[in-house]
Design a protein around this ligand. Structure first.
Ligand code: FAD
Ligand code: DHB
Length: 388
């Protein structure tokens, strides 16, 4: 098999890159380990920055998002019963869009089908070779046979546990990591959201988030110890805990129902530098992970793809300046989102065993945010997304 750009991973990064490249006349083959049904069943992110919305428009996958996505002008940061609304629109002129990652992925799959691009599922044992040669090669197993894909460039969009990042020699990679001592237990339910905007709540019992997918579908999270298992949390226990962590008047309005999905995600900050090795380019979770508090994971995958698709289109046409500066450009934005996600996580969570100074710093940070329009503007600017 031959193609111009081989893409490993059919998550949002891989599919969006494939979509943008094919629209520009650059050929791709996407290799995905899981089945399509598995990819589409993964409940993950829910908030799109406006630049991500615009990139999906540019990719021609916006029709359903325009109909079903819900633009939000602000969000609420709660501390106990105190609620602070951050008015994104008034502070920055920007909004965010509530539109689930599963919907984005599903729209991208449909668009890929319509263009007739090649997306292979159930691919295993990928090996990447010849990254310094004019053509690189992917060796992989598909439908029981060992196969070979020759390409000009490889895009590693295979998430945190993928093969791409590990192909870069360990002594040529620099990794930065912070693991947080808790996870998020998430529940999806067919119930109306408790509030028309998101509520990030810092309560004495720990963090909670009230999010949504539509007017009839809610997504809620509570901070839990890493030792907890999702199956040990009954729906009733979850709703009770959530109620205790939301401001009183909000909790009183909470409508509960059976969970459709329940899972625990650990929280981690991670960056691997550089994002390029020869003809291999990393994008999305393959290169970096943020804790979910700032809603940045999916959006960072989109900004990487924004830089990378332009660089690859130029490179296929013979201009290599974009691919030479890709890693540096992408990382500059990645680190700013890292900082915001870490700071928001630190501001909104209780850390077990934390001292009174750490607790006082968190209170002072929230207090300052409540009193200072400048601080609110900074939060809004970061939350709605820094420019590409
Ligand atoms: P992924 O979505 O991970 O896609 C990578 C793809 O590569 C997958 O389909 C995988 O099957 C495939 N793959 C992996 N290894 C191989 C291989 N060896 N060969 C072939 N294919 C391979 N972000 C938020 O903003 N809010 C959230 O609430 C949120 N919740 C999350 C919950 C969980 C459990 C996780 C894991 C992430 C969550 N994120 C969240 C982060 C967000 O979902 C990711 O940042 C986003 O999915 C990144 O997209 P990606 O395409 O880079 O990677
Ligand atoms: C969702 C997840 C987040 O991490 C976040 O910050 C906001 C919303 C969600 O799944 O809806």
């Amino acid at each position: 098999m031959n193609t111009e750009v081989a893409i490993i991973g059919a998550g949002p990064a891989g599919l969006l890159l494939s979509q943008l490249l094919n629209r520009a006349g650059v050929s791709t083959v996407v290799l995905e380990r899981q089945t399509r049904a598995h990819v589409l069943a993964r409940i993950r992110a829910g908030i799109l920055e406006w630049s991500t919305v615009e990139l999906l428009r540019a990719a021609g996958v916006d029709a359903r998002m325009e109909r079903e996505g819900i633009p939000h002008d602000g969000c609420v940061l709660a501390s106990g019963d105190t609620q602070l609304r951050i008015d994104f629109r008034a502070l920055t002129g920007r909004q965010v869009m509530v539109y689930g990652q599963t919907e984005v992925t599903s729209d991208l799959y449909e668009a890929q089908d319509a263009m007739g691009t090649e997306v292979l599922h159930g691919v295993s044992d990928i090996e990447i070779t010849d990254l310094d040669a004019a053509r690189s090669v992917l060796h992989f197993t598909h439908e029981g046979a060992r196969r070979r894909l020759s390409c000009l460039f490889v895009a590693g969009c295979d998430g945190f546990h993928g093969v791409s990042r590990r192909t870069i020699p360990a002594d040529r990679r620099r990794e930065f990591e912070r693991v947080y001592p808790f996870g998020w237990l998430g529940v999806l339910s067919e119930t109306p959201p408790v509030h028309h905007e998101l509520i990030y709540s810092n309560a004495s019992r720990g963090f909670a988030l009230a999010s949504q997918r539509s007017e009839t579908r809610s997504r809620y999270y509570v901070q839990v110890p890493l030792t907890d298992k999702a199956e040990d949390w009954s729906d009733e226990a979850f709703w009770d805990e959530l109620r205790r962590r939301l401001p009183g008047e909000v909790a009183a309005r909470l409508v509960t129902g059976p969970s459709i999905e329940k899972s625990i995600a650990p929280l981690r900050s991670f960056v691997s530098e550089p994002m390029r090795w020869g003809n291999l380019f990393l994008a999305g979770d393959a290169a970096h992970i943020v804790p979910p508090t700032g809603a940045k994971g999916l959006n960072l995958a989109a900004s990487d793809v924004h830089y990378l698709h332009r660089a690859l289109i130029d490179a296929v046409r013979g201009d290599r300046a974009g691919i030479d500066s890709y890693s540096e450009r992408a990382l500059r934005r990645v680190w700013k989102a890292m900082r915001f996600s870490w700071a928001t996580t630190t501001m909104m969570h209780r850390f077990e065993g934390e001292d009174s100074f750490a607790e006082a710093m968190r209170r002072a940070t929230l207090d300052h945010l409540g009193a200072s329009e400048t601080a609110q503007k900074d939060f809004a600017e970061n939350y709605t997304g820094l420019p590409f």
